[in-house]
Design a binder for this molecule. Structure first.
Ligand code: MN
Length: 497
């Protein structure tokens, strides 16, 4: 009982890494390469086919079959390395990682051990307004294994080789993260970069991106202590939960006078705990050696430069540009670049603006607050938006040029959302144009003043009351009066400077 209490008190010390204990985290992320065919065969990588329908003789490890490297997978790994600002190795070597399992017909996985295709790089993360750089140790190419199916029959297990031989990039970080939130920010950012590069779709539900999480705890300033590896965590939320559960477990072990032993563990989302899978003594000796069926992988610096020229603008650069060009807040720019599709939409809106320098920020507000707000409410993605970028750009043009007020803009947005149509035409046809004609505004102002003589006498001593008059005039005009013009006319008529 006492033990339980101790645990819950310590929970607070783990996130944020203050207090007595510090958690040290490193991640190995397996990201499935976006490519039509597998790493060493022409079989399809399509998800969801009938079991064993995408299997070539190479993937089934038929005797005498030889692997042939898929150049597109190599290009994708290089692009990813460039996106991670990493060193690209012009020569790398494929090794055999030997182990026996029913879903691994070769009896070994072709991977890269001593000489990976990509070396050191880095990723910047933001947590609580602070930017931190997380080191990348390496990225290597390797094959995925097949899938064992145990729950279809009480007496048999089945093997589906559709995944067998699919190309993976294993991206290994340095143990630079100090809280579950930093680890989550790292995976989120890595996923964002991969999706921008279109080198991995980042679909964690399908297992196309999954993480092995290395966790250890220590007193701040102490050397690194023994770590445990939590295998195959497949959501960003679970990564956070697994780290905190594992850190708490290790702290308990040490505080009870024990020692953390190096082992591989599994996270169980049902219990929220990690449990042992195998200890160090049971660890495999993979007997790595260079694959004799494959020559070392070599390419030129020109090849790398050519791929570099084809890279899209990445989220960090894009965010900085949005902030600099349009005066967006860090937060707003972050929302817009979080998904490539959102950033593309915003840029399409920008391209429809008559004055993007002036109205860029206004457009960002409309995309984030009105459009994203509405899409969220309807549970729709940006791809399903009934309001096109061209339509939203047209609407922003009308507000930016003072033809309609922001308030009328909201009505207009509703019409475009539900009925479609060209915003400028709708405004014209339905008489929604803002009244900037001073004569008409003067008339309304005079009417409001005549109806409220007491307020008119008060406003001389209390100029802030002008806001009330603006509201009345706007109301009387059905929201169509230009607020700027209303203000000017009111000041003149009420004798306020
Ligand atoms: Mn691996």
């Amino acid at each position: 009982m006492g033990r339980k209490k101790k645990t819950s008190e310590k929970t607070n010390l783990i996130p944020g890494a203050t207090g007595d204990w510090e958690v040290v985290i490193g991640l190995e992320v397996h990201a499935q390469v976006n490519s039509k065919s597998k790493l060493f065969s022409g079989a399809s990588t399509k998800f969801g086919g009938e079991p064993n329908s995408h299997v070539s003789l190479v993937d089934a490890a038929m005797p005498g079959m030889l692997p042939v490297i898929n150049e597109e997978c190599v290009a994708q790994a290089v692009r990813t390395g460039l996106g991670l600002q990493a060193k690209i190795n012009l020569k790398s070597v494929f090794d055999r990682k030997n182990y026996f399992y029913a879903d691994l017909p070769q009896g070994y996985q072709i991977s890269q051990f001593k000489q990976p295709i990509v070396g050191e790089g880095e990723i910047e993360i933001d947590v609580d307004g602070e930017t931190k750089t997380i080191g990348i140790e390496r990225l290597h190419l390797e094959q995925d294994a097949g899938k064992s199916i145990h729950d279809q029959h009480p007496d048999y297990s089945y093997v589906d080789l559709n995944r067998s031989g699919v190309a993976l990039m294993e991206i290994v970080s340095r143990p630079d993260m100090r809280s579950s939130r930093e680890a989550q920010a790292y995976v989120t950012k890595l996923r964002m970069i991969l999706r921008y590069l279109e080198t991995c779709d980042g679909d964690m539900d399908k297992g196309n991106m999954r993480a092995d999480v290395n966790v250890s705890v220590r007193k701040p300033g102490d050397p690194l202590s023994t770590r445990c590896e939590i295998k195959n965590v497949n959501s960003i939320r679970f990564i956070g939960q697994a780290i905190e559960a594992e850190a708490r477990r290790q702290i308990d072990v040490v505080e009870d006078g024990g020692e953390v032993s190096q082992e591989t563990r599994l996270f169980d989302p049902k219990t929220g705990e990690t449990r042992s899978m195998r200890s160090k003594e049971e660890a495999h000796d993979y007997r790595y050696f260079p694959d004799p069926d494959l020559l070392p992988l070599e390419f030129t610096q020109e090849y790398v430069e050519e791929l570099k020229r084809g890279l899209p603008e990445l989220p960090d650069e894009k965010k900085k540009r949005f902030i600099k060009s349009f005066g967006l807040s860090d937060y707003d720019a972050g929302v817009l670049v979080a998904e490539r599709a959102s950033a593309n939409y915003f840029e399409a809106v920008l391209s429809c603006l008559k004055n993007s320098k002036r109205d860029g920020k206004l457009a960002a507000n409309w995309v984030i607050n009105e459009l994203f707000g509405r899409l969220n409410k309807e549970n729709m993605g940006i791809e399903e938006s009934p309001v096109s970028a061209e339509q939203l750009g047209g609407l922003v043009n009308l507000i930016g040029s003072d033809e309609i007020s922001g308030k009328i803009g909201k009505d207009l947005f509703e019409i475009v959302w539900s009925e479609g149509g060209d915003p400028a035409e709708i405004v014209e046809q339905r008489g929604m144009k803002q009244v900037t004609d001073t004569g008409a505004i003067e008339k309304t102002v005079e009417e409001v003043m005549a109806a409220n003589p007491d307020k008119v006498s008060m406003v001389k001593d209390k100029p802030s009351m002008i806001g009330w008059f603006v509201g009345q005039v706007m109301k009387a005009s059905g929201g169509k009066a230009n607020p700027k013009a209303v203000n000017e006319v009111l000041k003149k008529k009420l004798g306020i400077s």
